[in-house]
Design a protein around this ligand. Structure first.
Ligand SMILES: Nc1ncnc2c1ncn2[C@@H]1O[C@H](COP(=O)(O)OP(=O)(O)OP(=O)(O)O)[C@@H](O)[C@H]1O
Ligand SMILES: O=C(O)[C@H](O)[C@@H](O)[C@H](O)[C@H](O)CO
Length: 158
Protein backbone atom coordinates (compact mmCIF):
# COMPACT_ATOMS: atom_id res chain seq x y z
CA UNK A 1 0.00 0.00 0.00
CA UNK A 2 0.91 3.64 -0.38
CA UNK A 3 0.10 6.71 -2.40
CA UNK A 4 0.65 6.89 -6.14
CA UNK A 5 4.37 6.99 -6.83
CA UNK A 6 5.40 5.33 -3.57
CA UNK A 7 6.84 2.36 -5.45
CA UNK A 8 4.18 -0.31 -5.22
CA UNK A 9 4.62 -1.42 -8.84
CA UNK A 10 8.39 -1.41 -8.36
CA UNK A 11 8.61 -3.35 -5.10
CA UNK A 12 5.58 -5.62 -5.50
CA UNK A 13 6.98 -7.85 -8.26
CA UNK A 14 10.35 -8.10 -6.49
CA UNK A 15 8.59 -9.28 -3.33
CA UNK A 16 6.38 -11.75 -5.18
CA UNK A 17 9.38 -13.25 -6.97
CA UNK A 18 11.34 -13.52 -3.72
CA UNK A 19 8.40 -15.24 -2.01
CA UNK A 20 7.62 -17.43 -5.03
CA UNK A 21 3.98 -16.32 -5.22
CA UNK A 22 1.72 -14.69 -7.81
CA UNK A 23 1.73 -10.92 -8.31
CA UNK A 24 -1.01 -8.54 -9.38
CA UNK A 25 -1.05 -4.76 -9.77
CA UNK A 26 -4.10 -2.95 -8.46
CA UNK A 27 -4.26 -0.74 -11.52
CA UNK A 28 -5.35 -3.82 -13.49
CA UNK A 29 -8.52 -4.07 -11.40
CA UNK A 30 -9.83 -0.55 -11.98
CA UNK A 31 -12.95 -0.34 -14.13
CA UNK A 32 -12.31 1.72 -17.28
CA UNK A 33 -14.43 4.51 -15.79
CA UNK A 34 -12.04 4.83 -12.84
CA UNK A 35 -9.00 5.07 -15.11
CA UNK A 36 -10.79 7.64 -17.27
CA UNK A 37 -11.67 9.67 -14.21
CA UNK A 38 -8.12 9.71 -12.85
CA UNK A 39 -6.76 10.50 -16.32
CA UNK A 40 -9.02 13.58 -16.32
CA UNK A 41 -7.46 14.65 -13.03
CA UNK A 42 -10.44 13.77 -10.85
CA UNK A 43 -9.82 11.85 -7.62
CA UNK A 44 -11.76 8.65 -7.06
CA UNK A 45 -14.53 8.61 -4.48
CA UNK A 46 -15.23 5.87 -1.96
CA UNK A 47 -18.04 4.65 -4.24
CA UNK A 48 -15.55 4.37 -7.12
CA UNK A 49 -13.18 2.39 -4.95
CA UNK A 50 -15.42 -0.24 -3.33
CA UNK A 51 -15.85 -2.48 -6.44
CA UNK A 52 -12.16 -2.13 -7.16
CA UNK A 53 -11.22 -3.18 -3.63
CA UNK A 54 -13.59 -6.15 -3.87
CA UNK A 55 -11.97 -7.22 -7.14
CA UNK A 56 -8.58 -7.13 -5.44
CA UNK A 57 -9.97 -9.18 -2.57
CA UNK A 58 -11.37 -11.72 -5.01
CA UNK A 59 -7.93 -12.04 -6.60
CA UNK A 60 -6.47 -12.80 -3.18
CA UNK A 61 -9.22 -15.34 -2.47
CA UNK A 62 -8.46 -17.10 -5.75
CA UNK A 63 -4.82 -17.57 -4.70
CA UNK A 64 -5.98 -19.76 -1.82
CA UNK A 65 -3.48 -20.85 0.80
CA UNK A 66 -0.54 -20.13 -1.50
CA UNK A 67 -1.25 -16.42 -1.17
CA UNK A 68 0.07 -13.68 -3.40
CA UNK A 69 1.36 -10.14 -3.53
CA UNK A 70 -1.02 -7.46 -4.74
CA UNK A 71 -0.44 -3.71 -4.82
CA UNK A 72 -3.21 -1.40 -3.71
CA UNK A 73 -3.03 2.21 -2.60
CA UNK A 74 -5.38 1.25 0.30
CA UNK A 75 -5.25 4.84 1.46
CA UNK A 76 -7.99 4.74 4.09
CA UNK A 77 -8.52 2.52 7.09
CA UNK A 78 -11.96 1.59 5.79
CA UNK A 79 -10.43 0.32 2.53
CA UNK A 80 -7.93 -1.80 4.40
CA UNK A 81 -10.61 -3.16 6.68
CA UNK A 82 -12.62 -4.10 3.59
CA UNK A 83 -9.63 -5.91 2.09
CA UNK A 84 -8.97 -7.77 5.33
CA UNK A 85 -12.54 -8.74 6.19
CA UNK A 86 -12.64 -12.55 6.15
CA UNK A 87 -8.96 -12.66 5.16
CA UNK A 88 -7.05 -12.87 8.44
CA UNK A 89 -3.78 -13.86 6.75
CA UNK A 90 -3.45 -10.55 4.89
CA UNK A 91 -0.28 -8.65 5.74
CA UNK A 92 0.05 -4.94 5.01
CA UNK A 93 3.26 -3.33 3.82
CA UNK A 94 3.19 0.46 3.64
CA UNK A 95 5.60 2.25 1.33
CA UNK A 96 5.96 5.49 3.21
CA UNK A 97 8.03 8.62 2.82
CA UNK A 98 8.32 12.34 2.34
CA UNK A 99 5.70 13.81 0.05
CA UNK A 100 8.33 15.82 -1.82
CA UNK A 101 10.34 12.71 -2.71
CA UNK A 102 7.31 10.66 -3.73
CA UNK A 103 5.82 13.50 -5.75
CA UNK A 104 9.10 14.06 -7.57
CA UNK A 105 9.33 10.39 -8.50
CA UNK A 106 5.69 10.29 -9.52
CA UNK A 107 6.09 13.36 -11.71
CA UNK A 108 9.25 12.01 -13.37
CA UNK A 109 7.58 8.72 -14.29
CA UNK A 110 6.43 8.46 -17.90
CA UNK A 111 3.65 6.59 -19.62
CA UNK A 112 1.24 6.34 -16.68
CA UNK A 113 -2.36 7.57 -16.59
CA UNK A 114 -2.13 9.03 -13.09
CA UNK A 115 -1.45 12.79 -13.35
CA UNK A 116 0.82 14.59 -10.84
CA UNK A 117 -2.09 16.97 -10.17
CA UNK A 118 -3.80 14.20 -8.20
CA UNK A 119 -0.96 13.79 -5.72
CA UNK A 120 -2.33 16.33 -3.24
CA UNK A 121 -5.57 14.35 -3.06
CA UNK A 122 -3.60 11.12 -2.57
CA UNK A 123 -1.83 12.52 0.49
CA UNK A 124 -5.05 14.12 1.76
CA UNK A 125 -6.82 10.77 1.61
CA UNK A 126 -3.96 8.80 3.14
CA UNK A 127 -4.65 7.53 6.64
CA UNK A 128 -1.38 5.92 7.72
CA UNK A 129 -2.00 2.53 9.33
CA UNK A 130 -2.73 2.62 13.04
CA UNK A 131 -0.56 0.45 15.32
CA UNK A 132 -3.29 -2.16 15.73
CA UNK A 133 -3.30 -2.74 11.98
CA UNK A 134 0.13 -4.32 12.33
CA UNK A 135 1.40 -2.90 9.07
CA UNK A 136 5.04 -3.12 8.09
CA UNK A 137 6.30 0.37 7.27
CA UNK A 138 9.00 0.60 4.62
CA UNK A 139 10.90 3.80 3.85
CA UNK A 140 10.76 4.74 0.18
CA UNK A 141 14.06 6.61 0.58
CA UNK A 142 15.92 3.28 0.38
CA UNK A 143 16.84 1.48 -2.83
CA UNK A 144 14.34 -1.08 -4.15
CA UNK A 145 16.76 -3.85 -3.18
CA UNK A 146 17.01 -2.54 0.39
CA UNK A 147 13.24 -2.14 0.62
CA UNK A 148 12.82 -5.74 -0.54
CA UNK A 149 15.30 -6.97 2.06
CA UNK A 150 13.53 -5.02 4.81
CA UNK A 151 10.17 -6.38 3.71
CA UNK A 152 11.38 -9.97 3.73
CA UNK A 153 12.98 -9.57 7.14
CA UNK A 154 9.85 -7.96 8.63
CA UNK A 155 7.60 -10.66 7.17
CA UNK A 156 9.86 -13.39 8.53
CA UNK A 157 10.05 -11.93 12.03
CA UNK A 158 6.53 -10.57 12.29
N1 LIG B 1 12.97 2.94 -3.90
C1 LIG B 1 13.00 3.63 -5.04
N2 LIG B 1 14.08 4.35 -5.38
C2 LIG B 1 14.11 5.07 -6.51
N3 LIG B 1 13.09 5.16 -7.40
C3 LIG B 1 11.97 4.47 -7.12
C4 LIG B 1 11.86 3.67 -5.94
N4 LIG B 1 10.62 3.12 -5.93
C5 LIG B 1 10.01 3.54 -7.04
N5 LIG B 1 10.81 4.35 -7.77
C6 LIG B 1 10.45 5.03 -9.01
O1 LIG B 1 9.41 5.94 -8.67
C7 LIG B 1 8.41 5.95 -9.68
C8 LIG B 1 7.07 5.56 -9.06
O2 LIG B 1 7.13 4.20 -8.65
P1 LIG B 1 5.95 3.20 -8.96
O3 LIG B 1 5.41 3.40 -10.33
O4 LIG B 1 6.44 1.83 -8.61
O5 LIG B 1 4.86 3.70 -7.88
P2 LIG B 1 3.41 3.16 -7.61
O6 LIG B 1 3.20 3.22 -6.14
O7 LIG B 1 3.21 1.83 -8.25
O8 LIG B 1 2.48 4.23 -8.31
P3 LIG B 1 0.97 4.10 -8.83
O9 LIG B 1 0.15 3.79 -7.64
O10 LIG B 1 0.66 5.44 -9.40
O11 LIG B 1 0.93 3.01 -9.88
C9 LIG B 1 8.86 4.99 -10.77
O12 LIG B 1 9.49 5.74 -11.81
C10 LIG B 1 9.85 4.10 -10.06
O13 LIG B 1 10.85 3.62 -10.93
O1 LIG C 1 -7.01 4.85 -4.71
C1 LIG C 1 -6.65 5.52 -5.66
O2 LIG C 1 -6.75 6.75 -5.75
C2 LIG C 1 -6.03 4.82 -6.83
O3 LIG C 1 -5.72 3.50 -6.55
C3 LIG C 1 -4.75 5.47 -7.20
O4 LIG C 1 -3.86 5.38 -6.14
C4 LIG C 1 -4.25 4.88 -8.49
O5 LIG C 1 -4.90 3.69 -8.87
C5 LIG C 1 -2.83 4.56 -8.54
O6 LIG C 1 -2.06 5.06 -7.52
C6 LIG C 1 -2.32 4.99 -9.87
O7 LIG C 1 -1.61 3.99 -10.36
Amino acid sequence: MGVSGSGKSTIGPLLATALGVDFADADAFHPAANVAKMSRGQPLTDADRWPWLDAIGAWLDARGAAGGVVTCSALKRSYRDRLRAGRPAVRLLHLSGEAALIMARQAAREGHFMPPSLMASQFAALEPPAPEEGAITLSVAATPEAILAAALEALATG
